[in-house]
Design a protein around this ligand. Structure first.
Ligand SMILES: [Ca+2]
Ligand SMILES: [Ca+2]
Length: 399
């Protein structure tokens, strides 16, 4: 009897498997949720025990496997948005149980053109591609089905060279957008006056104007919490040797100031090609000359109450690290202490991504973001990670 039933049993199996396969195919046709690249808290293999911080500070991995993590912006409901440069991807990262370890990563879009710049305002995510600005309204309530973006502005130069953008809203509610020089060294303003500037506009793309001139390639800026002055980093030109010119931290005190490029670098170095046309004294010198080739990107002033008092008015700078220097430099976080708009110290805060003796590196810091609790997030487009720095030193322990 068993042997007689077997063919029927087999037929049933075949029928069931056909049904199962067709169900699977049907499921495929339904609109797909954005792919989750990570649902678990990070178990990063990055050797973060090599990172060195001042006494009392600690660093942990907040999110890993974030391929090419660059600029960061925090949503009103706690979603961390992250842009990339060569990966053409924007991520939305959540920490649903609020233990400061990301546990959900959503890939919002993989078709954007160099979406390095990310900003958040009034519920909307702003993304800067090379040539245009996009806005995703009410983004945090639509993460599982990303809405079509509104094009806010689409008339920036499309040059890829220094075309990746950092964007941020200022205290005046304007959106600030730099346009890098499309070269290592050139007087590009004769081609398009917006090259080598920082522009700004209203959130809807209107009233665009040039805010700062003579900026080679700024990929990070912020505003002083007390004075409201903009501070921006600028990457110095290449091919003048290992030690000149310095990279820069600059302070803008009025609209239309000129910061020297391509004529004068770091306030003192006349450009071999363009320097004879102008005097360095005609330009605004940096508030702090940074190391040559360190590639300063994100800059933020410490906020919140976690870090010790002495860090409050310091600019934290992510030095992405050199690519064309005999011995690598940068690959660290530095701080610049300011008093009345003048720099009084320039120190290393966090280092160890670069092993100086072997010249090997495992990370390159890009952007900085202070969370509400005063801890500091750092993105890393080489280690594909986001770190969180906390302070648990004597001040807290003695409470
Ligand atoms: Ca978590
Ligand atoms: Ca300059």
């Amino acid at each position: 009897m068993k042997t007689r039933l077997l063919p029927r049993y087999l037929a049933l199996l075949v029928l069931l498997s056909v049904l199962f396969v067709s169900c699977k195919e049907q499921a495929k046709e339904q609109p797909e949720e954005p792919p989750l690249v990570q649902y678990n808290e990070p178990e990063s293999a990055l050797p973060i025990d090599k990172l060195k911080l001042p006494e009392g500070f600690k660093i942990e991995v907040y999110a890993d496997s974030i391929d090419g993590a660059r600029s960061m912006a925090m949503g009103d409901n706690g979603t961390l948005f992250v842009g990339t440069r060569n990966e053409n991807t924007v991520y939305a990262i959540q920490d649903r149980d609020q233990d400061f370890k990301a546990d959900k990563v959503i890939v919002l879009d993989t078709t954007l053109e160099v979406p390095n710049g990310i900003a958040f305002k009034d519920g909307a995510l702003y993304v800067a591609e090379v040539g245009r600005l996009l806005r995703y309204d009410a983004i945090e309530s639509q993460l599982s089905k990303v809405p079509e973006p509104t094009v806010v502005y689409d008339d920036y130069p499309t040059e890829f060279h220094h075309g990746w953008k950092y964007i941020a809203f200022g205290p005046d509610d304007k959106l600030y957008v730099p346009v890098g020089a499309p070269c290592n060294i050139c007087d590009s303003t004769v081609v398009d006056e917006r090259y080598a500037t920082i522009t700004r506009m209203d959130p809807d793309g209107s009233n665009r104007e040039i805010y700062a001139h003579g900026v080679r390639n700024s990929v990070g800026f912020t505003w002083h919490p007390k004075t409201g002055d903009m501070y921006f980093t600028d990457n110095g030109r290449d091919m003048l040797g290992d030690d000149i010119p310095p990279c820069e931290l600059n302070r803008v005190t009025e609209t239309g100031q000129h910061f020297g490029y391509p004529f004068c670098h770091g306030g003192v170095v006349k450009d071999p090609e363009f320097g004879s046309q102008k005097d360095c004294a005609e330009f605004v010198a940096p508030v702090q000359a940074l190391g040559a080739h360190v590639a300063p990107l994100g800059v933020k002033f410490a906020s919140g109450n976690m870090f010790p008092e002495k860090y409050r008015n310091r600019a934290f700078i992510a030095e992405h690290g050199s690519w064309n220097r005999t011995e690598k430099v940068g690959y660290k976080l530095s701080t610049v202490q300011l008093e009345n708009g003048k720099a009084v110290s320039y120190d290393t805060f966090l280092e160890g991504w670069l092993d100086e003796s072997s010249q090997e590196r495992f990370g390159r810091p890009v952007d900085l973001l202070f969370l509400e609790d005063g801890s500091l997030l750092i993105s890393d487009d080489f280690g594909d990670a986001i770190y969180r720095v906390t302070y648990e030193g004597a001040e807290l322990a003695s409470r």
